[in-house]
Design a protein around this ligand. Structure first.
Ligand code: ADP
Ligand code: MG
Length: 333
């Protein structure tokens, strides 16, 4: 099947068309409406086979995840996702694979809903890049900077499930609970409604893709954290209360004991939960709003003036040394 037949067959009508899509797939570029008083929120993420998903991952799950990781970024901004583009690189035109990939992608897209409005299809080692766009009320985006000393550090859902699934892959992972863990790895749930609910409450937010320790560190450094010097002079830190890290029943049943479990929860990554900071007086209101959209909130620590991410095990406080994933890192820090 050629490139254009693939696009027509598997992508052209795969997702619902929103009212803001003036022109979708088929022209040189898409034309989209941003109605006032909204602002545009835009993000992009690439998945590379073997790097971002195990090679055993089902095509439908890869389709889901390629979109989900982008929607998670929009969720962390408090945005309402509207549309996305897909740049797909395939080793060959395997129609069964593309059909399943498109079905997984479309399943998530329809549930939001978001519209696929364009893309690119090329031959090469398997990878896919999704660019996603959404709307935010002008000036209301939930940014990374904004955490204040004394704030409660909170997370949605549970941590460590996807990392535990990945760790259990080489073993014969068919215990009760393994399927649920694998689902968390393969089909993360972007916390879109939770991000919307937190807009006027949270001082700062980030989605947890590299592990809580690393992403909380990024949030405390603010959005300019790529500039190393500023990161070093950051005057905020946080203490994480290790006993409060939220665990799913499956994680509790199947995780290794002791530090290894804590490492999975802090540095495993692929959680796609939201981490956010808010005034402790607003925790009850935030918990209530999140419960209305079916998402549990856990307070896992607090923001302090001393820089760094600190770990409190109930007996002592140590500077966190476990890092998250960094593609070009020499070593994790
Ligand atoms: P061009 O050569 O002008 O970049 P293409 O031939 O790559 O156009 O694509 C034709 C149309 O199909 C464009 O509207 C493009 O956005 C869309 N398209 C290409 N690949 C995909 C894809 N994987 N998913 C969705 N739309 C796609
Ligand atoms: Mg093109």
């Amino acid at each position: 099947m050629d490139e254009f037949s693939l696009i027509r067959e598997f992508f052209l009508d795969a997702t619902p068309a929103g009212d803001d899509v003036v022109l979708g797939i088929g022209d040189d570029a898409a034309v989209l409406e941003i109605p006032a008083p909204w602002q545009l929120v835009l993000c992009v993420d690439t998945l590379v086979a073997g790097r971002h998903f195990p090679s055993s991952t089902a095509a439908a799950d890869i389709g889901w995840k390629a979109l989900a990781v982008n929607l998670s970024d929009l969720a962390a901004m408090g945005a309402m996702p509207r549309w996305f583009t897909l740049a797909l690189t395939l080793p060959e035109a395997d129609t069964d694979w593309v059909s399943a990939f498109s079905a997984g992608l479309a399943e998530l897209a329809r549930s939001v809903p978001v519209s696929l409005v364009g893309g690119d299809t090329t031959r090469g080692p398997l990878s896919m890049t999704v660019t996603a766009g959404g709307w935010i009320e002008a000036g209301k985006a939930l940014c990374r900077d904004g955490a204040q000393p004394g704030d409660a550090v909170c997370v949605t859902g549970t941590l460590g499930d996807a990392a535990l699934a990945l760790r259990r892959l080489p073993v014969d992972a068919c215990a009760v609970g393994d399927a649920a863990l694998r689902q968390r790895l393969d089909r993360p749930t972007p916390r879109i409604a939770a991000g919307r609910a937190l807009r006027r409450l949270a001082h700062a937010a980030i989605d947890v893709s590299d592990g809580l320790a690393a992403d909380l560190g990024h949030m405390l450094q603010g959005r300019r954290s790529v500039k190393g010097a500023e990161a070093l002079t950051s005057s905020r830190g946080a203490v994480i209360d290790l006993q409060r890290l939220p665990r799913s029943p499956e994680f509790a049943a199947l995780a290794p004991t002791g530090d290894a479990a804590v490492d999975l929860q802090l540095a495993g990554g692929d959680d796609y939960e939201l981490c956010f900071c808010l005034d402790p007086a607003d925790v009850a209101a935030a918990r209530e709003r999140l419960l209305m959209v079916g998402v549990p909130l856990t307070v896992v620590g607090r923001v302090i003036t001393e820089p760094g991410v600190w770990l409190d095990d109930g007996a002592s406080r140590k500077l966190c040394t476990v890092g998250g994933f960094n593609h070009f890192g020499v070593a994790s820090t």
